[in-house]
Every structure is written in C-alpha cells, then in structure tokens.
Design a protein around this ligand. Structure first.
Ligand code: PLP
Length: 451
C-alpha cells in the first residue's frame, strides 16, 4: 500500500507541475491531488490506489456500452494495421467512413441522411454554425446568420461553441463570446415555473423563443439549438409539450431546428436519439460521445435531405478537420453501434434500466427532504438539492451541498457529478440492477451525511 501511495503522490506532483486540466481550478486541484484513474471494466473504474469505483457518469456522459469491450479494441487494431489514417479531403474516402455514414443513416430519424464527421461535440457544433450559415447564403438569405440557444445550454468549448452555449462562467472567462448568439430561458419548471403547472410553464418557456424571434427578426436568424435534456446545465428536462411547441415555432418562422444529441443520442433516453423521445424532428443533429462510447474521439453532424440538396448544389464546402472521419474512429464507432443494437441497449434503457433507475431515485426523493426535485428521463438524471423542498429555497452557492455530497459518494466508491446544486447521474447503459442498487445505496448514504 505504501508503495502505491508513493506512486500516486509522485504522479500527482507531476500532474500538478505540467498538466492543465479542463474545467478545473488548478490551484485547488494541486492542493487536493488529482485522482489518477488507471483502468476500467464494465461499469467500474479503478484508481492508482487500487480503489474500485462505480462510474455513475459513464466517463463524461459517453461510455454507453461500458468499459473493457475487447471487440472494440480488436476492431481498432485491425483498422490500424490496414489503414491507420487517410483523410477524406480532396475527393477520397475510406471504407470505414462510407460504412459509418450509411450505418448512421439507418438509425437517425426521418430524412437525416447526410453526415459530416468531426472529432468532438464542439467541432460538430462549429460545423453546425458554419453549415447553417452557408445554407442560408445559398438560399439567398445571408442575413439569416444569428443563432438562438438557451441559458445553461452546453454545446462545447471552442469559441463558437462557447458562444452558442449559455454558460455564463464560460462567457466570462476572457470575454469568450462572439457576436450573433442569443439565449432564451432554460425550460426549468422547478426553478422558474412559479405557480404554473408544468404544462403551462412548457408553453411559457417555448414562448420565450417566439418572443426572441420577434425581437430580432426571423430574417436575421439561422437556427435554434437545444439539447433534448440539458446535460451539463444540470440535467434540465423540459416539461411535456415544450419540444413540440419549439418545433412548431421554428417551422412557423422558417428557422432551422437543431437538436444537440451529444449526450442524449445513442440510447440514453431509451430511443436512438433524444428528439425521438420527445417526438420531434430536427433539421440538423450534432452527435458525439455515445457514438463511439468514448473509445476514440469522433463526432458527426446529420443534415436533412432538404439541407443537403442545397449544400450539394452550392459549390465547394470550405470546412473540415484533418481527422474528419478518422478511419480508426469510424470503424470503432460502427462496431459500437453494432454492440448497442445487438445487445438491445436502446430497448433495455426504455423497458428495464431506465424505469429501474428512476424508481430508485424516487425512493431517494421519499427519504431525503434535501432533494427538491428529481429530473431527467430514463438513464439520465439529476437531483436538485435544496434548503427547503416546500418553498423551493435553493442552497447558497457557498453551501456547496452538491459538491460535499459528490465527495462523500466518491469516498464510498461512487462517481456522481455535482452541477451547481444538483447531483447528476448518467451511467453506462449496460448497468445491472445490482449496480443500480449499489448506486442508490451509496447515494443514500452520501445524501444522509451531506444533509
Ligand atoms: N454538446 C453537448 C450537449 C455536450 O454535452 C458536449 C460536451 O459535454 C458538447 C456538445 C461538446 O462536446 P466535446 O466535449 O466533445 O467537444
């Protein structure tokens, strides 16, 4: 044990000296020491001290098929041997790109049949911005270039994706916003609903989109973007009726409707894509994360037939990344989709582990008055921690209730994430009932100690 701890301390010291972490306060991390994760299998990760931890976050909302899939390792190795890299620029393709594009067209809803590949959700959303603006140029309406997103929406961390998202702390870091991006209220009934019923509030929150359109003029707006459930914003799930109303407003004002499926795609909500869970049909759909279950970086943007027809007639597309459609990532993503399909993970979420997880969370709600609201759907959930459930009085930021709860859970061997004053959960879709029971028991103990 002493030797392991020495090794951990050594790694932590080097990490603090040389590694700048994303979304992290470097000084406090250095004081605390980074947790070094060394291996993973199924739904568990292991750290350098040998602790086995149940991963309630599927890595970073992405390891949908769980860890340790030898099949994906073998596919990657074969593809590396055959063709480790060739880019798709300049009139060439590779078999794994072609196969993946066709495979995706079979699982995406409606006429979303055309795919542009990138490497991350952020790049996918930069692609959305450039392509949507290009589309309107080609339609003879170049003034339609603005985007409407939502407060607490997250669409990535590049400059354009940061602007598209509605995270104030990101906008504030180094004045990181571009012009041409507007935001409307997030459809969070518990926070903003007041005396309205969830259904009434859904219409009110959707009306914010129409109000914004009228304020800036539909002629100036390219698209509206939203995550089916806002993940990084704290798993904000809209009340019933919200999405159909948003879709109706987009159609009425001739604004492209973009569903950011980076978290909700690939089975998370018991459908292949989150928009299907809410019964709406986007024009453009960025996806990443669960696309390869995080085994390799890859993302894609799906475009409808209508948009593609215009792009197709519009001359050169001056956009792309060196690793767009990396052959190894494409092969792994294809094999990952095969696993999701073969093991029936989408149906499993819908009929089994989604309801099972949600009933476990309902049990926590009954036991802990510190939980104001359980949100989310199926295999994506958030627990809002509050001072008072009855008055919905929130904790003050400095109370750090969620962070305290997260740290206690981690000590007990469970990874949950704290977002503001919410605890969020997004496990691998392969999680068993016994593992969900373990998660609920550990969260139960964590909540009891944090209260
Ligand atoms: N869109 C959504 C909905 C996300 O949740 C994320 C990341 O969490 C992104 C985009 C950005 O993806 P990436 O971190 O791969 O750039």
């Amino acid at each position: 044990m002493a030797i392991t701890q020495t090794r951990t301390a050594h790694l932590q010291a080097i990490d603090a000296a040389h590694h700048i972490h994303p979304f992290c306060d470097p000084k406090s991390l250095a004081e605390r020491g980074t947790r070094v994760i060394t291996k993973a299998d199924g739904c568990y990760v292991e750290d350098s001290d040998g602790n086995r931890i149940l991963d309630g976050m599927a890595g970073l909302w992405c390891v949908n098929v769980g860890y340790g899939r030898q099949e994906l390792v073998d596919v990657a190795a074969r593809q590396m041997e055959e063709l480790p890299f060739y880019n798709s620029f300049f009139q060439s393709s590779t078999p794994s790109q072609i196969a993946l594009a066709e495979r995706l067209s079979k699982i995406t809803p409606g006429d979303l049949n055309h795919f542009f590949f990138a490497n991350s959700g952020s790049e996918a959303n930069d692609t959305v911005i450039r392509m949507a603006r290009h589309y309107w140029h080609l339609k003879g309406k170049p003034e339609k270039y603005k985007f409407i997103g939502r407060h607490l929406g997250y669409h990535g961390s590049t400059l354009a994706a940061t602007s598209l998202g509605g995270m104030k702390h990101m906008h504030d870091m180094g004045s990181s916003t571009l012009p041409g991006f507007e935001h409307i209220m997030e459809p969070h009934w518990f926070a903003h609903g007041g005396n309205l019923s969830p259904e009434q509030f859904a219409l009110r929150a959707a009306q914010a989109l129409e109000d914004k359109i009228l304020e800036i003029g539909a002629d100036n707006i390219a698209a509206f973007i939203g995550e089916p459930i806002q993940g990084a914003g704290g798993v904000i799930s809209p009340p019933p009726g919200y999405w159909p109303e948003i879709e109706r407003i987009c159609r009425k004002h001739d604004i492209l409707f973009v569903s950011d499926e980076v978290i909700c795609g690939f089975g998370r909500l018991g459908e292949w894509f989150g928009c299907q869970y809410y019964g709406v049909q986007p024009d453009i759909m960025p996806m990443a994360k669960g696309m390869s279950s995080g085994y390799l970086p890859i993302s894609a943007v799906a475009f409808s037939d209508r948009i593609f027809e215009t792009l197709n007639e519009g001359g050169p597309i001056s956009h792309g990344y060196t690793y767009s459609g990396h052959p190894v990532s494409c092969a792994v993503a294809h094999a990952n989709i095969d696993i999701i399909e073969r093991e029936g993970l989408v149906e499993r979420v819908r009929n089994d582990i989604g309801p099972y997880l949600q009933s476990g969370l309902a049990h926590l709600y009954e036991r802990h008055s510190i939980i104001g609201e359980v949100r989310g759907a199926q295999a994506l959930a958030g627990l809002q921690l509050v001072r008072s459930r009855d008055t919905r009085e929130p904790f003050a930021a400095e109370d750090n209730a969620a962070m305290i709860c997260r740290d206690i859970c981690l000590e007990k061997g469970l990874i949950m994430r704290a977002v503001g004053q919410a605890m969020v959960i997004c496990p691998p879709l392969t999680i068993t009932h016994a593992e969900i029971d373990e998660m609920i028991d550990k969260a139960d103990a964590g909540l009891r100690e944090a209260a």
